[in-house]
Design a binder for this molecule. Structure first.
Ligand code: PYC
Length: 331
């Protein structure tokens, strides 16, 4: 049997976004979080087939549009990526909404505004159009917080690192410059990937964060290496590692949210502050601390992220059951 998926491909700040506009499976569940569980249980082969080689690659990321499960939302998004089925994805949201609006797949109740249900919660979005194009998207992300401070890990061949774990829609192990880690450029991409796998495994041995309001969101999935900015007008730079060998080409929306939560929790950002974050390739998101709140017992912030995406083309992709690599592969 051949399964057909219609996709709009593009990128947000350099990182790929594949909006699967046709072929989404019917899911059960009373919320997008429950639908995510259903997708993982029954349809994860669609994710691996569309994200991994030979139809995707290490950085591939995307999602499906769904009707929302609640009356106060305009639509729902389910994210898929090489790293899994994320509770939230910032660059993915910017790309999916841009392509969906530009191609008439999303019809907002109020022009310039959307309320979007994602597995991690509900986010408010403002967008700016220029003619037929969506020029920028600003999303108010889910409440983000510092979950653990100063975990110490011994990285073989590198030395000790002190790591904070923060939530921004996914849980991040955040490494600030210290010890043998002087800068992103001194390490380089290949070494960052190699070290990130070890750091993530060591952090997972010590600590498993669980979201106080949704226990299905748990565990450190990403590693964010923080650095000083390279360009004028930015406040920070990062390399975000995900999956098994990806460095986010965008500044990473949930990573930027997690980083802002860390900076706020340690007195380095305040409500109303802007935080311009540069990616490994120099693209940018504008972050802002919109508000302060709590998540269970944790003090938290409500961050916003602003960025832009561009479509690069349509694709029609087949997953053929007769293909040895129907469900993708990882080398
Ligand atoms: O932008 O949130 C993000 C993201 C997560 C993984 C890759 N990008």
């Amino acid at each position: 049997m051949r399964h057909t998926f219609f996709c709009i491909d593009g990128h947000t700040a350099g990182n790929p976004v594949r909006l699967v506009s046709g072929g989404a499976p019917l899911l059960t569940g009373a919320s997008m979080s429950e639908r995510r569980q259903d997708f993982l249980a029954r349809f994860d082969w669609i994710r691996t087939g569309l994200m991994f080689e030979p139809r995707g690659h290490d950085m591939m990321s995307g999602g499906f549009l769904y009707p929302p499960t609640r009356d106060d939302a305009d639509l729902g998004i389910l994210f898929i990526e090489t790293s899994g089925c994320l509770p939230m994805c910032g660059h993915g949201t910017i790309g999916i909404l841009t392509f969906g609006l530009e191609h008439g797949l999303i019809r907002p109740r109020e022009s310039g505004r959307l309320r979007v249900e994602v597995p991690a919660g509900v986010i408010d979005v403002e967008y700016r159009s220029e003619g037929e194009r969506v020029a920028s998207i600003r999303l108010r992300n889910v409440p983000s917080y510092l979950a653990a401070r100063g975990l110490r890990v011994q990285v073989p061949g590198f030395g000790e690192l002190a790591i904070d774990v923060c939530y921004g829609g996914n849980y991040y192990a955040i490494v600030e410059p210290q010890g043998a880690y002087t800068s992103l450029d001194a390490l380089g991409a290949a070494r960052i990937i190699e070290l990130s796998r070890t750091v993530r495994a060591l952090v997972r041995e010590q600590f498993e964060p669980v979201h106080p309001l949704d226990p299905s969101i748990r565990g450190v999935s990403h590693v964010l290496w923080a650095d000083a900015p390279r360009g004028d007008g930015a406040d920070g730079r990062n390399a975000v590692f995900y999956g098994e060998r990806a460095i986010d080409r965008s500044p990473c929306g949930t990573g930027t949210s997690a980083r802002m939560a860390q900076l706020a929790a340690t007195g380095r950002l305040r409500r109303g502050d802007r935080f311009v974050h540069e990616s490994y390739i120099g693209s940018r998101f504008i972050g802002r601390v919109e508000d302060e709140t709590t998540v269970g017992p944790h003090a938290a912030i409500v961050p916003s992220i602003e960025g832009a995406a561009i479509a690069t083309g349509f694709s029609q992709i087949w997953i053929d059951d007769a293909d040895t690599f129907a469900h993708g592969f990882v080398v």
